[in-house]
Design a protein around this ligand. Structure first.
Ligand code: FAD
Length: 387
């Protein structure tokens, strides 16, 4: 298949797209434009790299399941040394008193879509997770398979080197604009004044994707929002613990011989964060630590070791990814807006975008519910399980 695909953004979504284009048989030129090859500020490198099947939208459950199977079969694809440290230890999602019926229904939908979820009463939670204080908890759901975490940096490097091996060109260049003609994007302009001719353009620029789309006059409601992650240690054996999402939005999980955790800020503390990577230390004292100490008494005496901040690519319409072509500029393809679940969904996204470009349609998982038309029509497909 001749032609050129230009991918704007070379982190996990751009890399997966390039990799799957080759896997689906694209023989033309694939150019990945990456403005910062150190990847210092990209979301992928700063993420918590969790993967869960507990979502409110069936499509997200299915995308995660493909992500998990991708992680579990890395050696088949990339050889015996491929390893991204996948820890399949589950997510424990706690619900309030009175949430039992709603959580049972969610779990049933997730199971129907292939997930493996246990619904646990407070008594069952206390027996299974003896370090947990179940005060105020009415229900917990636990993903027994296909949930956990991994090392996003290793996955990024693995995919990037495999894509390069398959002939994908990574250029250290910033996309700055587009040329269009006759309802198509014909070239991507770079900061050095170059125009790279394109038959397809994929917008995989993460939190910058709303701005990148705006160069074409396209309204993509995706903006960068800061999320701080805290690394802490405590006198508690983390080895067998899962990722925990508490009722109030606090999350934590084991990391090395300690833990990482955080909380999504309240809306009035969550402005657009372009260029702001300063951790919000006050949030730990005010919100995270009190919640941790309540939920896991052994964490009361924890010690914060470090903190970092990265950007979520928040889709303000519905907190879901936007995948697929624009309705008018049909060779401009979206692959962003994941609102904090883009690493786990990168394999499914890359495969889907590659299928669209190579075969003209989705052949495995139908990602059309995440298409751009819902943005254009303001028809949200709201994801409620956002942390
Ligand atoms: C603290 C934190 C925790 C998270 N936890 C999880 C989690 O547990 N699980 C999960 O799945 N996700 C998580 N996420 C979200 C996840 O990191 C993102 O959804 C995902 O990394 C998006 O990948 P991406 O490749 O689209 O974006 P990015 O990783 O941001 O990559 C975009 C790339 O595009 C480049 N770029 C931008 N503009 C241009 C341009 N004009 N020209 C050239 N290059 C450009 C950037 O330099 C960057 O490298 C977390 C994020 C944060 C910040």
């Amino acid at each position: 298949m001749a032609g050129t695909v230009v991918i704007v953004g070379g982190a996990i979504v751009g890399g997966m797209t390039a990799y799957f284009l080759r896997r689906e048989g694209y023989t033309g030129r694939i150019v990945v434009l990456e403005r910062d090859p150190t990847y210092r500020f990209c979301s992928t490198a700063l993420s918590a790299a969790g993967i869960r099947t507990q979502f409110g939208c069936p499509i997200n459950v299915r995308m995660s399941l493909f992500g998990a199977s991708f992680l579990k079969t890395l050696q088949d694809r990339f050889g015996p040394d491929a390893d991204v440290g996948f820890r399949e230890r589950g997510y424990l999602v706690l619900g309030a008193e009175g949430a039992l019926d709603q959580r049972r229904a969610s779990a049933a939908m997730q199971v129907e879509n292939g997930a493996t979820i246990d619904v646990l009463s407070p008594g069952e939670l206390a027996a299974r997770f003896p370090w947990l204080n179940v005060d105020g908890v009415g229900v917990g759901t636990f993903g027994v398979a296909n949930e956990g975490w991994f090392d996003a940096w290793s996955l990024l490097q693995l995919i990037r080197s495999e894509a390069r091996r398959l002939g994908v060109e990574y250029l250290h260049a910033e996309a700055t604009g587009f040329d269009t003609r006759g309802g198509r994007v014909t070239a991507v302009r770079t900061g050095s004044g170059e125009a790279i001719a394109a038959d397809w353009v994929v917008n995989a620029s993460g939190p910058a994707s709303g701005r990148v789309a705006s160069w074409l006059g396209i309204d993509l409601p995706v903006t960068p929002r800061k999320r701080t992650a805290f690394h802490f240690k405590a006198d508690l054996d983390a080895m067998a613990m899962p990722m925990v999402l508490d009722r109030d939005g606090v999350w934590f999980r084991p990391e090395g011989d300690g833990f990482i955790g955080g909380i999504a800020p309240a809306a009035n503390r969550d402005p657009e964060a372009d260029g702001d990577f300063e951790p919000d230390h006050a949030m730990f004292e005010e919100c995270v630590w009190p919640a941790l100490a309540h939920r896991v008494p052994a964490l009361e005496s924890l010690r914060v070791v470090s903190a970092w901040a990265g950007h979520y690519e928040v889709n303000a319409l519905d907190h879901n990814g936007v995948i697929g072509p624009h309705d008018e500029l049909e060779n401009f393809v979206f692959a962003s807006g994941f609102s904090g679940h883009g690493v786990m969904h990168a394999p499914a996204t890359g495969r889907g975008v590659a299928e669209l470009i190579v075969h003209g349609r989705y052949r495995t998982l139908d990602l059309s519910p995440l298409g751009y038309d819902r943005i254009r029509d303001s028809r949200p497909l709201t994801e409620t399980a956002v942390y």
